[in-house]
Write a protein that binds this ligand. Sequence first.
Ligand code: PRX
Length: 676
Amino acid sequence: MKVSDTIAALLAENRKFAPPQEFAAKAFFNDPSVYDRAAADPVAYWEEWARKLDWFEPWTKPLEWNPPFAKWFVGGKINACHNCVDRHVAAGAGAATAIVWEGEPGDVRSLTYEELQCEVARAANALKALGVGKGDRVCVYMPMVPELAITMLACARIGAAHSVVFGGFSAESLEERIQDAGAKVVVTADGGWRRGAIVPLKKAVDEALELGCPTVEKVLVLRRAGEPGTVTNGLATPEYDRGSWVEGRDVWWHDLVPGQSAQCPCEPMDSEDLLFILYTSGSTGKPKGIVHTTGGYLTGVSATFRYVFDIQPEDLYWCTADCGWITGHSYVVYGPLANRAHVLMYEGAPDTPDKDRFWRIIERHKATILYTAPTAIRAFMKWGTEYPERCDLSSLRLLGTVGEPINPEAWVWYHQHIGGGRCPIVDTWWQTETGQIMISPLPGLTETKPGSATRPLPGVSIGIYNDLGEDLYAEHIRRVQAGEATDSVGGYLVLTQPWPAMLRGIYGDPERFKRTYWSRFPGAYFTGDGAKVDEEGYVWLLGRVDDIMLVAGHNISTMEVESALVDHPAVAEAAVIGKAHELKGQAIAAFVILKAGYQGGPEIVDELKAHVAKKIGAIARPDDVIVCADLPKTRSGKIMRRLLRDVAEGRALGDTTTLADPNVVNALKDKYESAG
Ligand code: PRX
């Protein structure tokens, strides 16, 4: 039987995967009563978790909820870095490994908790020397190297907020984020390794600052790539653009940090003080600076890390996300380190030097937990089983996925070929805004169904609302429990109770915060996702229902790409949609109308793709750019994206009766088919 037939058979069976007995026996949560206990008093449940952290001063009130504004652990004083580093050293675990890191050239570094403490304290003192103090914002634009985590923790240590910008974003995107946060210092590197080349990070910082970032006083630059020709583990750094050096502004990390004292006290922060800002795409095109504060965030991520990944002292945990995304914040740095976990970090691409790189890393370091994205799993599937089969993956005991819905076929493949059929899979649903995992199996407890994130975690309350704002979830679950449910119900996914790691706002824009998340269904947080719940009460995420695309798991708004396109002198109008894509989940398709005097053709198509990549970053480069004479619009002038999706996905056109000119879309379909 072919693998695909096996998979089809499994799916047809609607098979469920119970936690292996041996796994369940040792698991942190293996008694389902935790759900009821947490539901009876969610605030007390979260308080229990908050008590496991070190507080300089206790809180006086666990929650102050003035919808949509929440304050958790009011009056408490805490420091996130102290909880992730110092308290473990103080407890005698200084010699335990905190971070094992592998660079793309294969170079390896390992830091114990004690070493991490020294490095973080030195970096914190260096930031102080550059004028950074409590309440300031620091922009971090670095490759996935230990210094990225060190910088985040150093900021937390002195009470400065970090704003990490993913190294794949363009200079213009970086500039927009630096400006919005009013960052005083930028921490970057000369470059980072990616697919055997160097990503010129410092060059992009130079460009961003030339565009105008008046608040930036200093740029701290780590030497990672070095001069071209520098040899790292036998690989010579290729040529790359190193940018320019601005005297008085730019400071080398190695000139400043190592000479600093390794003593630096952790600043006592208010539970509600800003810990970080992280930008995510918004449907207006302008990114939203999502605000996370200290005590609640740390409680939410340390608790969920503990039980979703069932972390044990001997585990080596690897989350493949870059720290430029929320997954890297919550489940590479804060959640794992708060739990004194051993964290594996990797700098580069999964197919360098070969498509077995991830499996080689697991074999080499004996990783026990792997947390990655469906888009990566689909790529591995396409590359074939020969790559994982070359490596010993027997150290693995738990697998996780995040970022987008996982198709059952990819789930089953992951389970069989990576997990050897023995590792539970946690499909974790959450968002930059939620800060922490919200819907996920508990690996020692939950019977999983491939493709379903199963059910909300203890202490988390969800709703599935219809267009009228009526909740279908609670009643459906009642029917499931009473054995009366025979069908599934679907609608908009909302969160109905505050949770500790929830976003506290959009940086500098409380109105947008209210409008974006809290106006669609008053009193509830609207996630922007569709979901259904089946006859057994399992939750299935159905993707975004707004103008945000999920391209390889990354949020990109259609509006953001449209603005980048109309910024090009040749473009009069643009409409962008996410179309289904076998590997990336969604790919970007753009329909553009050119201004008079410009000709369609392959040159302009390539130029427009490159223009979008330059404006936003390579992750936003459209797969298709279709030059057209007209766009399908309603009589009131609204572009009908639904029809554009039909065209791009090669489907029969849906209802076209509301179009001002139905011929437009037929012409477009012909054009698309001839181009494709
Ligand atoms: O649509 C959901 C999808 O990713 C969105 C959040 O994206 P971001 O803020 O970048 O955070 C990603 C990492 C937490 C969600 O609104 N999403 C995330 N996880 C899942 C998912 N969709 C389905 N299943 C998931 N497990």
